[in-house]
Write a new protein. Structure first.
Lengths: 354, 200, 391
């Protein structure tokens, strides 16, 4: 018996399956996800597929999202904290196209949030799923390049090498110099790479009410954190873990507790600091918070004035130039014909297995 | 005599029924002890609870050997799984990726299934325990990942000594099998990471 | 102004248009057809089929056209398409001993059963531009004497040259060179693993290490030609203990057969062109086994000798574990070779550095400024504390 997959009998099947992946692949990924959830922080090898997006550009996260997403989901995709960065747009379009996904920029409205390099500032809630894109799932890889060796270290919880490396940092610079992808200990057992989020975001992982899934496509690993799982950033008693802080608040929304990006605004070295989480910043501005440079930024076209008029809690849909050609307004309202068309046609278009 | 006349149908809409069922299974193992209904509305073959059949239809295929109690394996359930999942049915519990037992059956012991290896703890059996009900039994207190503090469950129709076996399974962590207790159309997850704080 | 506040969606759309324009080039020049690429750029197509892991010359040509001739981008297109194809099953193993030979050369024997068949090769061309090919229609028809050696073949006495007009009457029997050596017991036997299981498929299952030979060969067959060439070369130069001879290279067509479950007998699916290289390497032996030559094996789609040769060099180097040799050099380390030979993965990860990383970079900026600030303060403090000693 060497047939590995049966063909759908239905000839009306669309060119690509719902959410791109074939059902056998989804089953394989789903099995890996369940084992990942059962052993938090352990990297489950999986048969990562070739994807139509490049390796290193989120193929792990995309495969995880494709294996979990369904018609009841609302998807948010961010890169560097922003919904509008090019790769976030590209991935969101991929799911709109292949899974007719309902998308949003509102953190609280999303059931699945696929991210690269950030955790949103708004607290995650029970029932939400975070999907992290992971370039290098192995936290020990920079210390030991051989997979055969790092696998043994995890098997026997031999993490002395990591302690030595962190301590060498302290000896040389007075502190641990890892600022992103800062290693964490999961449930007291496995050291895990949190993906290249700034260490600022590490505390958000600890005992989060959301389910957190991690996909590394090129490296072919999946791992997970169930809700309410202990996530401890590695540190030493005399050098406790600490996160980044800024001297000034966000120049646009005056937030003092969010991760800030530095934006160079002229060639004289002038700069402003703004929230990396674009939705968080917009929501705060809509609530009336004003940073010192909001007026200038709006005048200079750095900030879309319309985005400052978002009503708090507004579950507006992502802007999508493919469905709403430029000039027809920025939002796809929940009652638009396109969306109802999707609901009506979902079964017809995607009813067949493959 | 064709297979169609003997074997009942599986999913009518495999893409979305399996997606829905998977999300329920994911939630069940991510939040141990909480009850989750597996949507799918299939008619299971004799000997399998609806949730058991739905879970296997969602997760099993030619890559995942299944262990069933011999009476099920040689009956309608075995034929149904072979046909719909293309799965091999194995007689050695330690070879199984998925397995089904009756909660009251005295064996096989949980330790008879594959607990994975220290380098690949994911390569372990997922065991579905069919029980009389997911409530009404003795109270058991759980803690661990997926549980904010503690959670109390009381499934009924489990053999004597079952909870001691579950506790022993957890002690081998990160090795161990992962359990799904099933009744009717619902499941409750008990991954190996869950600790049994208290049982009678 | 480069400020990533909003506008990503519009920018992406614009790039698609710009790519389409760049691909077409000057509209006054006729558009190239897929058939032209398939027929006239066959070696490129072969490389795309190899690295894209899909034998389909039309799709390879389309991929090259769509990718403006970028081979890695074309291989990527092939793979992204391939991954969506349903699997009917596995073919029967192809038998290269029954290949319809187009080219077959051995460096280990002057002549051998079946003879040397030079076939189409650039080996003895002088790399001088043939300006007749420049914008002149029709010159591709007919054979260039510097390529075929047909006219004025100075190597008439060389057994390695079989004039083209003899092609029709090639010997039916062309034993593979390692089989000849094997009959004498001089060649390491090639025995399938117990039970002869279906080979591993690394496009469906995750690889674990150490990797078995089926995994290594599959990885190399779809690996980057340039990377394998460099590794193979490193082996020759001493970063590896091989002393290779080309036992044989053969290029030609083999038929692919498949046994459908419902029929139970083999059905011929058609022919594919393959290049096979069997590299003979210096012997290994032990107390129990008399010294024998060891082999390195390379197999690739289409006419792609450089690829097959490089693969066979690295294959032999990777067999060091089986022969109890130390794995000191990159070409001998399976993790190194397998993880880094995949050019689609490598290109993706190298090029992802173009993606915004400003959140991570901000962390680094914050850190370096703080460390420098703390250092300045510390130095200032030291200077104040020891004003005399400093002098």
């Amino acid at each position: 018996m060497n047939a590995h997959q049966t063909l759908p009998a239905d000839e009306a099947v669309p060119a690509y399956n719902y959410a791109y992946l074939d059902e056998q692949t989804k089953r394989m990924i789903r099995r890996a996800l369940l084992k990942a959830v059962a052993v938090p922080g352990y990297q489950v090898p999986f048969g990562s597929r070739e994807m139509p997006l490049a390796r290193g550009w989120g193929t792990g996260g995309i495969q995880v999202t494709a294996a979990i997403i369904g018609p009841a989901d609302t998807l948010k995709v961010i890169d560097q904290g922003a919904d509008d960065t090019t790769n976030a747009v590209s991935i969101r379009r991929f799911f709109e196209k292949t899974a007719q996904a309902r998308t949003t920029e509102a953190t609280e409205a999303a059931t699945i949030i696929q991210t690269r390099h950030r955790i949103p500032e708004a607290p995650l809630t029970a029932g939400q799923i975070m999907v992290y894109q992971v370039p290098q799932p192995e936290p020990l890889r920079k210390l030991e390049p051989r997979e055969a060796e790092t696998r043994k270290m995890h098997a026997w919880a031999e993490y002395g090498l990591m302690q030595v490396k962190l301590y060498e940092n302290i000896a040389r610079f007075g502190e641990v110099t890892t600022t992103y992808d800062y290693p964490v200990m999961i449930n007291g057992r496995y050291i895990m790479a949190p993906s290249p989020i700034p260490k600022f975001d590490n505390p958000k992982m600890h005992m989060s009410p959301a389910l957190q899934l991690f996909g590394a496509g090129r490296e072919k690993r999946i791992y997970a954190l169930p809700p309410h799982t202990s996530v401890r950033s590695l540190d030493f008693e005399d050098h406790p873990f600490r996160i980044q802080s800024w001297k000034e608040p966000c120049a646009l929304c005056a937030a003092t507790d969010s991760y800030l990006d530095e934006v160079v605004i002229d060639d004289q070295g002038s700069r402003m600091f703004v929230c990396s989480d674009s939705h968080h910043c917009e929501t705060r501005r809509a609530e009336g918070h004003r940073g010192t440079m909001l007026g200038d930024a709006t005048a200079n076209g750095l900030v879309d004035p319309s985005s400052s008029t978002v009503i708090p809690g507004d579950r507006r849909e992502t802007r999508d130039p493919f469905r709403n050609p430029a000039g027809q307004g920025s939002g796809m309202d929940p009652g638009s014909p396109l969306r109802s068309a999707r609901d009506d046609d979902a079964k017809v278009e995607t009813g067949a297995d493959s | 005599m064709t297979t169609e006349t003997l074997i009942g149908p599986g999913f009518s809409d495999p893409v979305f029924q399996s997606q829905g069922a998977f999300r329920a299974l994911l939630a069940a193992l991510a939040e141990p002890g909480t009850r989750h209904v597996l949507p799918g509305a299939i008619i299971p073959p004799e000997g399998l609870q609806a949730a058991t059949a739905t879970a296997l239809l969602t997760l099993a295929d030619y890559e995942t050997p299944i262990w069933l109690p011999p009476t099920l394996r040689d009956g309608a359930a075995g034929a149904w799984l072979r046909f719909h999942c293309g799965a091999a049915l194995v007689s050695d519990p330690a070879q199984a990726a998925f397995a089904v037992i009756d909660g009251t059956a005295p064996e096989p012991a949980l330790a008879a299934f594959d607990a994975g290896s220290d380098q690949f703890p994911d390569r372990s059996t997922t065991l579905i325990v069919q029980c009389a009900a997911l409530k009404g039994g003795e109270a058991v207190t759980l803690t661990g990942p997926g549980i904010a503090t503690t959670r109390v469950i009381a499934p009924s129709g489990l053999r004597p000594g079952f909870w001691a076996e579950v506790a022993a399974n957890n002690e081998a962590y990160p090795l161990g099998i992962d359990l799904l207790l099933s009744h009717a159309d619902a499941v409750l997850g008990l991954p190996r990471s869950t600790r049994i704080v208290e049982f009678a | 102004m480069y400020v990533a506040v909003k506008g990503g969606e519009a920018a992406i759309l614009a790039t698609h248009d710009l790519v389409a324009q760049a691909r077409r080039g000057d509209a006054a020049v006729p558009e190239i057809s897929v058939a032209q690429i398939r027929e006239q750029q066959g070696l490129s197509c072969a490389r795309v089929m190899n690295e894209g892991s899909l034998y389909d010359a039309d799709l390879a040509a389309l991929a090259l056209k769509q990718a403006q001739g970028d081979v890695i981008e074309a291989a990527f297109l092939m793979r992204a398409y391939r991954t969506t194809l349903p699997r009917f099953g596995s073919s029967e193993p192809v038998d290269t001993a029954r290949m319809a030979i187009r080219r077959r050369v051995s460096a280990t024997y002057k002549d051998l059963p079946g003879g040397q068949v030079l076939g189409p090769t650039y080996d003895y061309t002088h790399r001088l531009f043939d300006f007749a090919l420049m914008d002149n229609e029709g010159v591709m028809v007919g054979l260039d004497p510097t390529i075929s050696g047909r006219e004025g073949a100075t190597a008439a006495g060389d057994a390695r040259v079989k004039p083209e007009h003899d092609v029709a009457s090639l010997d039916a029997h062309m034993p593979r060179v390692p089989d000849i050596l094997g009959a004498e017991g001089l060649m390491e036997p090639e025995v399938p693993p117990e039970g002869d299981p279906r080979p591993f498929d690394l496009t469906r299952e995750p690889v674990s290490f150490p990797a078995d030979r089926d995994v290594r060969l599959q990885a190399m067959a779809r690996g980057d030609e340039g990377f394998l060439l460099g590794l193979g070369y490193s082996v020759q130069r001493g970063f590896g203990g091989n002393h290779p001879f080309v036992g044989e290279i053969r290029v030609g067509e083999v038929s692919v057969e498949f046994i459908p479950e419902e029929l139970g007998f083999a059905v011929d699916l058609g022919e594919i062109t393959l290049t096979e290289c069997q590299m003979v390497n210096q012997f290994a032996g032990s107390k129990d086994v008399a010294p024998q030559f060891t082999r390195g094996y390379g197999l690739s789609f289409g006419h792609s000798e450089r690829k097959a040769m490089s693969m066979s060099l690295v294959d032999r180097a990777l067999k060091c574990r089986e022969f109890g040799e130390a794995a000191e050099y990159p070409a001998q380390q399976d993790e190194f070779v397998l993880y880094h030979s995949d050019n689609v993965e490598a290109a993706g990860f190298v090029e992802h550095l173009k993606l915004p990383h400003y959140v991570d970079f901000q962390g680094e900026l914050e850190l370096i400024r703080r460390i420098r600030h703390e250092r300045e303060q510390r130095l200032a403090g030291e200077n104040e504390a020891l004003p005399e000693a400093a002098e």
